[in-house]
Design a protein around this ligand. Structure first.
Ligand code: AMP
Length: 487
């Protein structure tokens, strides 16, 4: 069995690895570290959770331990697609370089230029940056990239999704031709292949299995959701999410809830809070200090539900996440693997439940094709059709009548709707703890009138008709709507 000491790392780096408690290197580390130490270019096809960060950080520290940085000329450069990922890489450098004297700077949006300028002016061994911010510094004449000996591109496929490839090409062209390049991507899209062919020289190619292995510890399920009426789709979907979370009960110690759109992240988070859940949003439009604080709370176990966009949650390393809830089926099948990979980490069990609307079935099929197996259906929740309602639906308000039906909306509802949603849902707000006291199965068949569902929701007549059951159908799905509700 290969050990860390077989890989050629410096003794001080080995000590830090041992301090971190790692006993055996992961496959990407076994594959990437020796060629990186020889000065070769490396092409790592691996995704987050495989230990790839240490795969480039450990050899970099070993190589950079010799030599000194010059003012404004970083000796190495790590490019990451998001601020969170950059911050995570910086933490890795701190962990593994504790016995080595190494200077580093983090160039990300939301952190003051002045502070970073001072560090760079002094000279840094490692510069960790997002591409846009790095080019800002470069253009302000604060930085020279001609001293870069090692350049890392992390999560290149995400860089592609985010439109960073032209920036990456530009940065490559600003660094010396003789640099060593360590390049990591979860997938090899044609555009990524083109970049690697252009900028890497005879790389050692290491491909580790996609997270299919990790996902064996993740129990997956899909809940088919169909709204009773189009204009109620959004609020009923949030209702469905709450039911799913409640049905998981105490097994759900913490969770990440993924939404496809940033405004949905805000709306879902606000709605969950109104219903007594401990939830906070994270997405790219939030101030960096807020994002960092929210993430820290979640990592420290002080926040139970993190509602996130794909970009913000990309590559997050939170070791124990019990559940991932996909509020939407991701439009890029790859994202599904990244999302569910937030749970079931390090051999722990995890559960990933996704809500699928009829319009998402194509995307669901793409996800199943990618993972190579069907995801068990937990049940199809089909509320009764409008004709069976006892009363006519409420007249739409003026502001709503001007909007297109939710199902056809190509874009997100305005932020103002967040407040609207929140206000509309205040009437049913109730702390989740109260609900959790009573297991779903033991709820009375006829709810107390005082705690009955509000009229608007009762009119829905959501007599859940269940189709295509798997073995693990949560109890709430088999019940009629009134039985499930206690509010
Ligand atoms: P990454 O793929 O770089 O995001 O790493 C995923 C997680 O694996 C991080 O929490 C690392 O600290 C951890 N890790 C990295 N290398 C090892 C190793 N050799 N043994 C155990 N855990 C590791």
């Amino acid at each position: 069995m290969t050990t860390f000491s077989d890989l050629g790392l410096a003794p001080k780096v080995l000590r830090a690895v041992s301090d971190a408690g790692y006993e055996t290197p992961t496959p990407i580390q076994i594959g990437a570290i020796p060629p990186a130490l020889e000065g070769r270019d490396v092409l790592g096809i691996a995704q987050t959770g495989t230990g790839k960060t240490a795969g480039f950080v450990l050899p970099m520290i070993t190589l950079l331990a010799r030599g000194r940085a010059r003012a404004r000329m970083p000796r190495s450069l790590v490019l990451c697609p998001t601020r969170e990922l950059a911050a995570q890489v910086a933490e890795n450098f701190d962990t593994y370089s504790q016995h080595v004297k190494l200077t580093k700077a983090l160039l990300i949006g939301g952190v003051s230029f002045k502070e970073q300028d001072t560090l760079i002016d002094k000279g840094v061994d490692v510069l960790i940056a997002t591409p846009g911010r790095l080019l800002d510094h470069f253009e302000r004449g604060k930085l020279l990239l001609t001293g870069v000996q090692i350049m890392v591109v992390d999560e290149a496929d995400r860089m592609l999704d985010m439109g960073f490839i032209p920036d990456i090409e530009r940065i490559f062209s600003l660094t010396p031709f003789t640099r060593q390049t360590l390049f990591f991507s979860a997938t090899m899209a044609p555009e990524i292949e083109r970049i690697t062919n252009t900028f890497l020289s005879n790389p050692a190619k290491i491909e580790v299995a996609r997270q299919a292995t990790a996902s064996e510890t993740i129990e997956q399920a899909v809940v088919m959701f169909k709204a009773s009426r189009r204009e109620r789709a959004a609020s009923e979907k949030r209702d469905c999410l709450r039911d799913i979370i409640r049905a998981e009960g105490e097994k759900c110690t913490n969770a990440i809830i993924f939404c496809n759109r940033k405004t949905d992240v805000d709306i879902v988070s606000k709605s969950l809070k109104k219903h007594g859940f401990d939830a906070e949003p994270i997405h790219g439009d939030l101030d960096q200090s807020v994002r960092t604080r929210t993430l820290d709370l979640f990592r420290d176990g002080k926040l139970k539900l993190l509602v996130a966009s794909d970009v913000a949650a990309r590559g997050l390393d939170v070791p124990a996440v019990s559940h991932v809830f996909n509020f939407d089926v991701p439009s890029h099948a790859e994202d599904y693997i990244h999302r569910i990979g937030r749970t079931g980490r390090a051999g722990r069990d995890g559960k990933a439940i996704m809500i699928c609307e009829p319009r998402d079935e194509k995307n669901l099929a793409a996800v199943e094709k990618l993972i190579g197996k069907p995801i068990p259906r937990n049940g199809a929740v089909v509320p009764a059709v409008a004709e069976t309602l006892e009363e006519p639906a409420p007249k739409p308000t003026r502001s709503r009548s001007r909007r297109k039906p939710a199902a056809q909306e190509p874009d997100v509802p305005a932020v103002a709707e967040v407040a609207e949603v929140a206000a509309a849902e205040t009437e049913v707000a109730q702390p989740v703890e109260t609900r959790a006291e009573k297991p779903v199965e033991q709820r009375p068949a006829k709810p107390d009138r005082k705690v009955e569902a509000p009229r608007r929701e009762r009119r829905n007549g959501r007599q859940g008709e269940v189709v295509g059951m798997g073995d693990h159908m949560p109890g709430f799905i088999a019940m009629s709507f009134d039985e499930r509700r206690t509010d």
